[in-house]
Design a protein around this ligand. Structure first.
Ligand code: UD1
Ligand code: CA
Length: 456
């Protein structure tokens, strides 16, 4: 659809959010609202995107990154004025403009695509996506003539009593003929209850100029849900959550409790994986087949293999091989690469470290900045002492090393293949291959010590 350009409106303040942040930067399933809208437009095949920013523009620009063009709307004088500020950034070769409000994150790419096709097929000058609601509340009303043709849009705040009873509402999503849109935007007058330049007034102007205006009526009103306050933010997030969970469930994932499972839109999960309650999975995460994830687990930007179990744990930017178990109560911080058949047990924290296949840290262990080989056993309470208060150091632990309980490995240090570390050791020097290292004071037993103490 290279003849389409997309304009996203995101300059408004969003007063009803009662927030220090831009409304369109509030997150749904950990993704800024504006990103959902942008992805829907992109998914519909539009590559030329202009976002109109104003209020808290730095935040909005940061949320979208530098892949889009930004138009500044210095003063928020209304949606019509906002679209007009995008004019000079739009690709000259475009013939059509799609306008999307930045505060309606539920719209689907397929819907936009269908609307674009409908717009072209009917040679419309404008096509409005509309829906039928029981209560039109604050949405603009679609006013049709006796033949059922769209005449104009009336804002709820300017509507008469009869107009307010109309149940067909304006979603705020439109396709326009570019030249006609910008010609008429320059003719708008802020003569309404809000003193704003309404984009919606363009429809009436097109109609009275003899142009063809159409409505693309959506059966599914959830797609048009706008977010103006935090109750609507909640409703919109719940709707997205339901949509995504249904998708995974129908693709072969068992989700025990839809309500307490939050899965981001780019997450991929293999079949026969079971997700237990209170689990949040976000970012670019992939989870393989036959895994058990949760309960009470947070996973962000991780790559997880097949037959993996993750219980009551927090995993960030990490990789986990097949048949590995994690948790309960493990914390994998960025850069943890865990092999296959590993065990990362309770109260184990791993950061920026690699664990070879079959390595086990079953309990109460810290592994930071370490390269660990295969089949290594970390005894309970092992600490890799990677920080001296100023600098971080690395540790190398080779294959088949056995580390006794409650050992400290002072980095930088290397433990060679097959070596054993006696429990309670504080290791400061390299341990050669197949050696036993004992680094603790010898035990002294003092005979009759208790009796003497009692006499004193
Ligand atoms: C608008 C429509 C209404 C429709 C509703 C759908 C108009 C006049 N009304 O009303 O018919 O039913 O959306 O959700 O268009 N914005 C700017 N600059 C401005 C004003 C707004 O960028 O000067 C942006 C806002 O940030 C927001 C979007 O435009 O993302 C919509 O503005 P908003 O004030 O929320 O319009 P509504 O009152 O919801
Ligand atoms: Ca709105």
């Amino acid at each position: 659809m290279d003849r389409f350009s997309l304009v996203i409106l995101a300059a408004g303040e969003g007063k009803r959010m009662k927030s220090n942040h831009s409304k369109v930067c509030h997150k749904l399933l950990n993704e800024p609202m504006i990103k959902w809208v942008y992805d829907a437009g992109k998914g519909a095949g539009i590559s030329d995107v202009v976002t109109v920013v104003g209020h808290r523009r730095e935040e909005v620009m940061q949320a979208l990154g530098n892949t889009v063009k930004f138009a500044m709307q210095e003063e928020q004088l209304g949606t019509g004025h906002a679209v007009l500020s995008a004019e000079k950034y739009i690709d000259e070769s475009s013939r059509y403009v799609m306008v999307l409000p930045g505060d309606a994150p539920l719209i689907l790419s397929e819907t936009l695509k269908k609307c674009m096709e409908y717009h072209i097929k009917n040679s419309n000058c404008a096509t409005i996506i509309t829906s039928i609601l029981d209560n039109g509340s604050s949405y603009g009303r679609i006013i049709r003539d006796e033949n059922g043709e769209v005449l104009k849009i009336v804002e709820a705040k300017d509507a008469t009593k009869e107009e307010l009873e109309v149940r067909e509402i304006n979603s705020g999503f439109y396709c326009f003929d570019k030249d006609e849109l910008f010609r008429l935007l320059k003719e708008l007058k802020p003569e309404n209850s809000q003193g704003e330049y309404y984009l919606t007034d363009v429809i009436g102007l097109m109609k009275s100029g003899g142009k063809k205006v159409g409505a693309f009526v959506l059966d599914d009103p959830t797609q048009i849900l706008g977010v103006n306050d935090r109750v609507q933010l909640y409703d919109a997030q719940k709707a997205l959550q339901r949509r995504i969970n249904e998708y995974h469930a129908l693709s072969g994932v068992t989700i025990m409790d839809f309500d307490s499972t939050y899965i981001g839109k780019d997450v991929k999960i293999g079949k026969d994986t079971v997700i237990y309650p209170n689990t949040l999975i976000f970012g670019k995460t992939t989870i393989g087949e036959e895994c058990a994830v949760g309960p009470n687990t947070v996973i962000e930007d991780c790559e997880i293999g097949d037959f993996v179990s993750v219980k009551m744990s927090n995993l960030i930017q990490s990789k986990i091989g097949n048949n590995t178990t994690v948790g309960p109560f493990a914390y994998l911080r960025p850069g943890s690469v865990i092999g296959s058949r590993c065990k990362v047990g309770d109260f184990v924290e791993i950061k920026n470290s690699t664990l070879g296949d079959g390595t086990k840290a079953s309990h109460l262990t810290y592994i930071g900045d370490a390269k660990v080989g295969k089949n290594v056993n970390f005894g309970c309470g092992t600490v890799i002492v990677n920080y001296d208060g100023k600098k971080k150091y690395t540790t190398e632990i080779c294959d088949d090393v056995f580390i006794g309980c409650n050992s400290n490995l002072i980095s930088p240090v290397k433990i060679n293949e097959g070596a054993y570390i006696a429990a309670g050791s504080t290791i400061t020097d390299e341990v050669p291959k197949n050696n036993l290292a004992i680094a603790r004071a010898r035990q002294v037993n003092k005979a009759n010590w208790v009796d003497r103490r009692k006499r004193d």
